[in-house]
Design a protein around this ligand. Structure first.
Ligand code: PGA
Length: 223
């Protein structure tokens, strides 16, 4: 069976102390966190928490992986404020690129996003590329996409599994490079299985519901 991707996007949330508290809570569910053979659990915290979480995962024997939520379109050098792929690679295996919140609030366009994807590929960081609908263009290097319709993000109104499945099939038909399509937008422990049980859906990207450790554990369990 293909492993499901269960990806937590913490967005701009949590301090170091709050992240430690989250880990303490998660550790209470020993059976659930150890029993993730067919699930790849990836936590995408803010940059500041990547080193802390890496240490905490090791110390607590958690099989979770790490991802960044964004990345510089440039290599190392004179780019004030940017964090590049080489730096991310020290801590994380994955990076989310093209989230609609970055497109909307930071005017990220296809050109910049293409550069980011290229940088990630050059440094062996796996991209999770967000698409908002079937018309979103996807750089050719991308293997994993997250379908996240804007209306469903943070609204409590997810898209239907049927519609997510159709989008997944359409993207896979368009490009043979796309290996996995995951769904994101108001995923909870209640609805996660309705998505992950669909053939074409290879996992979920979870925002709000991943901040709460109990709820996140339930999502892992129910997926
Ligand atoms: P949500 O966010 O789960 O809070 O809807 C998902 C996302 O934006 O990745």
């Amino acid at each position: 069976m293909k492993p499901l991707l269960i990806i937590a996007n913490w967005k701009s949330n949590k301090t170091a102390m709050e992240a430690e508290e989250w880990i303490r809570e998660v550790k209470n569910y020993k059976q659930e966190v150890e029993n993730i053979e067919n699930k790849e659990v990836i936590i995408c915290p803010p940059f500041t928490l990547l080193p802390i979480l890496k240490t905490l995962f090791l110390q607590n024997n958690l099989k979770f992986k790490l991802g960044a939520q964004d990345m510089s379109p440039f290599d190392k050098g004179a780019y004030t404020g940017e964090i590049n792929a080489r730096q991310i690679k020290e801590f994380a295996e994955y990076v989310i690129i093209g989230h609609s919140e970055r497109r909307q609030n930071f005017n990220e366009n296809d050109k910049i996003l293409g550069q980011k994807v290229e940088m990630a590929a050059n440094h062996n960081v796996s991209t999770i590329y967000c698409v908002q609908n079937i018309l979103t263009s996807v750089p050719k290097e991308v293997k994993v996409i997250a379908y996240e319709p804007i209306f469903a993000i943070g609204s409590g109104k997810p898209d239907t599994p049927q519609s997510a499945k159709e989008v997944s099939i359409a993207f896979k038909e368009k490009s043979s490079n796309i290996e996995k399509v995951i769904y994101g937008g108001s995923v909870t422990s209640e609805n996660v299985n309705s998505f992950t049980k669909e053939d074409g859906i290879d996992g979920v990207l979870i925002g709000g519901a991943s901040l709460n450790p109990q709820e996140f554990i339930k999502i892992i369990k129910n997926a």
